[in-house]
Design a protein around this ligand. Structure first.
Ligand code: AMP
Ligand code: ZN
Length: 118
């Protein structure tokens, strides 16, 4: 069961359509929209519609929609024309990762070679 939204959260407001964003995909579980300050030619954020602050906030009961997020990332990558050239899906969690928005989000990045490898 997906959680409810948090009325103080900017990404909840985007999922609810309460503040504008360039949405590229939405269903009952997830929303995908263009990052406001793109770090690559394609930079889309994929979020659960319910409020989860980060990966630490998720449990076994969330495994199904979390899997759907990754399948959504792959589909959007194909739609945005980077399915074959390549892309990266990144989740920042906590201070060392530089997380700035505390609603779980998956960055989909592509359209140029990545600056670093892991
Ligand atoms: P993170 O550092 O992983 O927490 O990433 C937060 C991301 O959210 C950054 O890449 C921001 O550019 C992006 N962002 C913040 N506010 C908005 C917004 N209103 N619409 C779209 N992207 C946003
Ligand atoms: Zn939220």
């Amino acid at each position: 069961m997906m959680r409810n939204f948090d009325s103080d959260c900017i990404f909840c407001k985007i999922a609810q359509g309460e503040i504008p964003s360039e949405i590229v995909y939405q269903d009952e579980k997830v929303t995908a929209f263009k990052d406001l300050s793109p770090k690559a030619p394609v930079h889309v954020l994929i979020i659960p519609n319910g409020h989860y602050s980060d990966l630490n906030d998720c449990g076994e009961e969330d495994a199904e929609w979390m899997g759907q997020v990754l399948l959504t990332a792959a589909r959007i990558a194909r739609e945005q024309g980077i399915g074959e050239s390549g892309y990266r899906v990144i989740v920042n969690a906590g201070p060392d990762a530089g997380q700035t928005v505390f609603h779980l989000h998956y960055h989909l990045l592509g359209g140029k070679p990545m600056a670093f490898t892991v």
